[in-house]
Design a protein around this ligand. Sequence first.
Ligand code: NDP
Length: 302
Amino acid sequence: MTSHFNCIIIGAGISGITAAIYLKRANINVLLLEKEMPGGQINKTYKIENYPGFSSIDGPTLAQNLYDQIKQLEIDYRYGNVETIKIKDNQKVIKTDIGEYTCDYLIIATGRVPRKLNIENEQKLIGHGISYCAICDGSFFKDETVAVIGGGNSALEEALYLSNICKKVIVLYRKDNLRADQILQDQAKEKENIEIRYNSVPTKFIEENNQLSGIEINNTKILKVSGAFIYIGYEPNNEILKDLLLEYEDNYIIVNQKMETNIDGIYACGDIIKKDLYQLTTATSEGAIAAMSIKHKISENQ
Ligand code: NDP
């Protein structure tokens, strides 16, 4: 049987959850669908120090707070994997592995997934030394030497996290001038067990007994490490959207100031949209705007 909702939100990262909170408080019949853990990328973030109201909070705690708020407001939250999204008679039909749902308004808040290096043995050694989440897997490398690949805020934040667990953290950066905020660079410099190697391009992961044993750098020398954490940015999570004729720029969904996409009744917010700043603060703001735009649309049509 197909259940109908005024609004369905796909993705329970901070943007989707914010939209759900605003819609529920406006008494709109909303369903929040998520295939992994509520909180999205926040669950994989060690420390958040630029979210107003919290001078410092760890990601999983903020995610738990968000989940508690969903429960408190009795928001209909379901664990389900969206397979297809189609439009039929002006309604959006969402097919998932737990059933089919329809809605008048859809909010896409599917976020982004970590970018891969796409070098030899990367795919094969995921979970065997290669990880995209220091907070999830860092403890497997206690007192060992690991590499963090990348030069942005994520790479340095996670290198700082790993430096409290591992014997040594070597940051491999492909250029000679880190992209990360100066405050993170200063913190990393203060850590004796963090070393930054510039002009270092990983060209191959070395495998021994189905486990990572090193990284080939610049097609020449081998760096011996037991773990490699890849933080080289993200790709928009738009796989499930292929049946919709959405407008994109660089694979990110284009929205207007009301978070409306080019398709009537379909909104998008958070890291899946094309924008200048990918932050928790911007994601929450966009979630609120998408929700209130829908509320106004519903009021106009009544
Ligand atoms: P970024 O896109 O900022 O950085 C990615 C890094 O990976 C860059 O240094 C880039 O190098 C490098 N890189 C990209 N592709 C490759 C490749 N194929 N091989 C080797 N290196 C590669 O991603 P982040 O995840 O760090 O951050 C994403 C967004 O989230 C940013 O806007 C960031 O500011 C924000 N963020 C903010 C935080 C905060 O405010 N505390 C915390 C974490 C993220 P190059 O510099 O040469 O392009």
